[in-house]
Each structure stands twice: as C-alpha cells, then as structure tokens.
Design a protein around this ligand. Structure first.
Ligand code: SF4
Ligand code: SF4
Length: 456
C-alpha cells in the first residue's frame, strides 16, 4: 500500500528549525493542496523524501495522507487541482455581483488608472441589473446573494446604494436567498453614522479602506482632486468607526519604493490607537493599473522580505495575521459562472480593475459585449456567450487555459493550489502576478514555528 503513495509536488517547507526548550529539530511542512501545515521532525522528513514510508508509524502516514503531503502515486496532481477548482466554480452557490454606483471619487491617487466623472448609475440601469439578478437567483442554483460595492468611491453614490441595495435585499428575500455585502471605500465618507447605516440598512459587514503610510507618505500617494491630503480624515474615521460600530475593518496599504519605510510606523500607529485586534491589515505592492504605476514598485524579492518583517511586527503588536494562504479554488470573480461588475454607465465586466480605465479603450475592450440581460440564464448556462476570444472570456476561461497548456509558470508552480494563478487579467496582459507568498513562504513558515514556540 505504501508504495502506492508519493510525496506531493505541492509542498513548501520551512528551514530546518530547532526548539531550544524541547530539543526538537525539524521543519514545518506546508502542503498547499490542503493548506494544513504539519511540524515534522527531521528524520521523518528525510524518510518521507526518500520514500521510506515503511519506517513510519501507520498513524503518521495516515496524518500525512490526510494533509495531502502524501498522495496516490498515480495521481496527476495538476489535473486534480485544476479539476477541483473547476468543480468549485461549477458548484458555487453564492452569486457575487459587484456594483459601482458612482464614477466619482474625491481622490486623485498617483497610481490610480481610473478616470472619474460625476456619473451615477441611473434608475433604468439599476432595474436592468436587478432583472439580471432575478433571473440568476430564479435559476435555483444559488442560496445567497453577495453584493460588492466598489469604486471609483462607492459612498459618493450613497443615493444609488440606498435604492438599489434595498431592492436587491428584497429580491434575495423574495427568492429565498440570503444576502450580504461588503464595500471597498477610500474611507473619507466612512463616518460612524454612515458605518451604522451600512451595517444596519445595507447588510454590509465589512469595509476595506486604504492607508498608504502615515500622513507624509499617504498624502503623497492619496491626495484629493484639489491636492489636499486625506490621511487625517481617514484615520479619524477609522478610529471612530472602530469604537462606535461592529463593522469589520480591513486596511490595505499599497507599497512602493518611496513609502516602504513608512509601513512599520503606520502599523505602530494603528496599534497605538488600540486597533491591533480590531482591524485586519495587509500590504500590496503598487502595480500597473492600465498605467505605469509599477515603475516605482519595489522589486518582488525586496517587497517579499519587507513583508515578512511587517508580518512579524504585526504579530508582536497583537494583530491577527494570516501567515498561510488558504486553498483557493476560485481565483477571483472573473472565473465565476455569472460574474458581473456593473459600472455607473451600466456597462458590464467580469473584472473589477477594468471599468473607467481609459487605457482599455473606448468602448472598453474588457466590456462584456453581449448585453448580459439578453442571455437566457438557466442552470448550466454560461454568462459569457459569444467568442471565446473576447478579453472577458479570456479571463473567464483561465482554468481551461491551464489545462490546455497555457500559463506554464502556474502549471509547474507548487503554490498553484493556494494561489490559483492570482489574476487572470495580469496573465492576459503579459504580467506574471505571483503573490509575495511565492517568494516568502519559507519565511512565513519559519515565523509560524517561532510563534508556536512562543505560545507553548
Ligand atoms: S482578473 Fe485580476 S484584476 Fe480582475 S478581478 Fe480577477 S484578480 Fe482582480
Ligand atoms: S501566479 Fe505565480 S505563484 Fe500563482 S500559481 Fe501562477 S506562477 Fe505560481
């Protein structure tokens, strides 16, 4: 039986580590197919690598099988991973739809690729959107509707949110589905009163806002259309919303070469404000958003090494830190069956990064060409009818492309189960979007081991 097992190709390990207190020597083994790390002593690890499984106790072998460190010898793991991903997409019973109620934003961030205008989603287009949701929910394949409110700045379209959100909630209820929502906001309008409204009337449980450092760094990157800084207003809102409401708060920090030194001070200030256990914090490298914003990016290795230090600092200060990426079967909304982003003009997309970006042409090359409302939605139907060659379909068919031999870097990558390919649009545009965890996974596992030792 043991000869029918092999070491999975989807494994990352820590360095060889030792625990001074117990004398343990071994590694953290991270099978990305299960995302369940195991701490394994060095002798056992060598036996696993050598295939000397007979020398291991049966319960240890069983544990390794369950964690997918050991897999059937004849399994094509790549095909299995991609098939699981495709099955998860097929079986997904949460309908996720993104609305951009407004094309306006108060900010003029240096890295933003969008062009903003004072345009709000009209009532006719709201009704068309609701009809499409009705058809999708009525197909019976969904048990839940989730709305993502996205920008430009969605809170500048609060009137639309009030009308459309209430109708979407009523629709979900009528069709026997649950309802939830989240919002990505610049944080300027996120006062405690608005946060309470989002929670109580819009069923929005989570808000993500952006802080790119303390005032000097943040205001250099995220300034208003009239050139004023925005840090003070956003940080004050963050503090008061955290104190006055239960809204889950996520802080994103975009990092380039110039603000990298300001990330640690920002983390410290958030902790000093008593928010370490109240918010979630993550960093993201600036990237090309239909523009050349990536010109100021840190190189990937440098970002990945800095990120480990920021993670360690957060752990020291009491933040909840996600060191290990979970299994990611659905890479993003673009591969979902009936993904839709509707912008303030009523145009539809299957990717949140493309609306309002002039670099994608006029009309936008990523727009879903066939009006979604004209596609008969039924169980088993595809959203993206028409040519497979449209950019929207290219994104949508990412997993099929993997199986057909495209994206060879992903096909040979041990992070595929937890990464999923990261961003189909980036691959379509010729950029490898590998997340920092591909580079710093070993250090993350080292950190996990150190944290476990401290806890023990
Ligand atoms: S394709 Fe990329 S940018 Fe578009 S939604 Fe997916 S992850 Fe985001
Ligand atoms: S995007 Fe990069 S890290 Fe992710 S699976 Fe593909 S090659 Fe691996």
């Amino acid at each position: 039986m043991l000869t029918s097992l092999k070491l999975s190709r989807y494994i990352v390990t820590s360095d060889l580590l030792s625990a001074a207190r117990t004398g343990f020597q071994g590694r953290v083994v991270f099978p990305t197919r299960s995302s369940s790390p195991l701490t394994v002593d060095e002798l056992t690890w060598r036996r696993i690598q050598d295939g000397a499984l007979d020398a291991l106790p049966p319960n240890a072998v069983q544990r390794l099988i369950e964690a997918k460190v050991l897999v059937p010898a004849d399994e094509d793991e790549f095909a299995a991973v991609v098939s699981e991903n495709m099955a998860a997409i097929e079986q997904q019973d949460v309908l996720y739809q993104v609305v951009q109620p407004s094309a306006w934003c108060q900010l003029d961030c240096s890295y933003c690729g969008q062009e903003h205008s004072k345009k709000w989603l009209g009532e006719e287009q709201q009704e068309e959107f609701l009809q499409r949701i009705r058809a999708r929910l009525a197909s019976g394949r969904y048990r839940h509707l989730k709305i993502g409110w996205f920008g430009a700045e969605p809170l500048t379209g609060l009137t639309v949110m009030r009308r459309l959100g209430a109708s979407a909630q009523a629709l979900a209820k009528e069709l026997g589905c649950g309802y939830s929502a989240r919002i990505i906001s610049n944080g300027i309008g996120l006062t405690p009163a608005i946060a309470r409204e989002l929670l109580e009337q819009h069923c929005i449980s989570e808000a993500e806002i952006t802080l790119d450092g303390l005032a000097a760094d943040h205001d250099r990157l995220r300034f208003t259309k009239t050139g004023k800084g925005s840090f003070r207003k956003i940080f004050d809102n963050l503090r008061s919303v955290a104190a006055a409401t239960e809204l889950k708060l996520v802080i994103r920090c975009n990092v380039d070469r110039l603000n990298a030194d300001g990330v640690a001070p920002l983390i410290e200030q958030i902790a000093q404000a008593g928010l370490a256990q109240r918010v979630q914090f993550y960093t993201s490298p600036v990237y090309a958003w239909g523009n050349d914003a990536d010109q100021t990016a840190l190189d990937r290795e440098e970002f990945a090494q800095c990120e480990v230090e920021w993670l360690a600092l957060q752990m020291r200060l009491g933040f909840q830190v996600g060191l290990l990426p979970p299994r990611r079967k659905i890479v993003c909304m673009s591969v979902q069956r009936e993904a839709e982003v509707v912008d303030a003009y009523g145009a539809t997309f299957n990717c949140t990064e493309v609306p309002y970006v002039p670099a994608y042409g006029q009309p936008n090359s990523y727009e879903i060409r066939i009006p979604v409302s004209s596609i008969k939605v039924r169980s088993g139907a595809k959203l993206h009818a028409g040519s497979n060659e449209t950019p929207a379909n290219k994104l949508h068919n990412f997993n099929q492309q993997l199986l057909q031999g495209e994206h060879l870097q992903c096909a040979s990558c041990n992070m595929l189960p937890v990464c999923g390919g990261q961003c189909p649009k980036s691959w379509h545009e010729g950029h490898a979007p590998c997340p920092s965890a591909k580079i710093n996974m070993k250090e993350r596992l080292n950190l996990l081991f150190a944290a476990d030792q401290m806890t023990e």
